[in-house]
Design a protein. Structure first.
Length: 301
């Protein structure tokens, strides 16, 4: 998709040029399906979310369809068609559905959520996380997850939707060290079960060793997240892309390896009142700024 819908009409709001270092390779058209995570826009009507996405020039959105998200799982049959229709009016897709699902269960409304999404053309969803109990041995807990993954993968194959698992950072998250979930994932084909690889969390956990984790898992990537962070004492805090610890070399790695899957831009540092016009303006400016950095890192024209 061309950048036919950009933020040109908002340029006057931003003012001035945003200068970032140029990529080390020649610019080229974008081959990846590009979306952005809409968590910071929760509470905004679907049509307005779609309009903001259209202004960005992306192909779609990654939207939280989960408890306390844009749509509660109980309401998915009536509400998700409305969101999909709003996106279609702007020639956009729900590229990734962020869910609260990590197993097949009535409590998570697994079948209803996934069948509804797949019937509306959603191709992939991000799973919810698993956590370890650090008072118990780790390996048996990891083995206990395997049958849950197996049942979910089987259901997803039947329905026709791809489950993606995000690597988080933190002392008790499964996939914080990456290898643990990969030990399960490698038993499946990438189209059956894959990572949505989060370079922020990989950097928090791996420091300068993130290339090892990326190389280990790259053949099982169903999506990639771009976001950034800075250290505040011993705590990581999200920040605008290009201003923190995430290395632009990750983008060069994707280009070198001809990664062609979806890319989702996350702006989780944005926090404010969605009813406040000043916050919407801040979001617009952040969208322009971070997307500009991502384009330069990826060498997109």
């Amino acid at each position: 998709m061309s950048d036919r819908r950009t933020f040109l009409k908002n340029a006057a709001l931003i003012g001035g040029s945003l200068a970032f270092s140029a990529p080390a390779f020649a610019a080229k058209p974008r081959a990846n399906e590009l979306c952005f995570f809409t968590k910071h826009l929760q509470g905004l009507p679907y049509d307005e979310i779609a309009s903001l996405a259209a202004e960005m020039g992306v192909d779609g959105v990654e939207a939280p369809i989960r408890p306390k998200g844009h749509i509660e799982p109980e309401a998915i049959e009536t509400e998700l068609p409305k969101m999909i229709e709003a996106l279609k009016k702007q020639d956009l897709k729900l590229t990734i559905m962020t869910s609260g699902i990590n197993e097949v269960s009535a409590e998570q409304h697994t079948e209803k959520v996934l069948r509804t999404a797949a019937a509306l053309g959603v191709k992939r969803f991000r799973m919810s996380y698993f956590k370890y109990d650090l008072d118990k041995p780790i390996w048996p807990q990891l083995q206990d997850i395997k049958p849950k993954i197996k049942d979910l993968v089987q259901l997803c194959q039947e329905i026709g939707i791809q489950p993606l698992f995000q690597n988080h950072s933190g002392k008790d998250y499964v996939a914080a060290p990456v290898w643990d979930m990969y030990s399960i994932m490698r038993e499946y084909k990438p189209e059956q079960f894959a990572f949505v690889f989060d370079i922020l969390h990989a950097t928090v956990e791996g420091g300068s060793a993130w290339p090892i984790n990326a190389k280990l898992t790259e053949e099982h990537w169903g999506g990639v997240y771009f976001k950034d962070f800075e250290w505040i004492g011993r705590k990581s805090e999200t920040c605008p892309l290009g201003t923190g610890q995430v290395n632009p070399a990750f983008a060069k790695m994707l280009v070198k390896n001809n990664y062609s899957g979806p890319i989702s831009l996350h702006l989780e540092y944005l926090k404010g009142d969605i009813k406040n016009p000043a916050y919407i303006k801040e979001c617009r400016e952040a969208h322009v700024r971070d997307l500009k950095v991502l384009k330069e890192w990826m060498g997109w024209s």
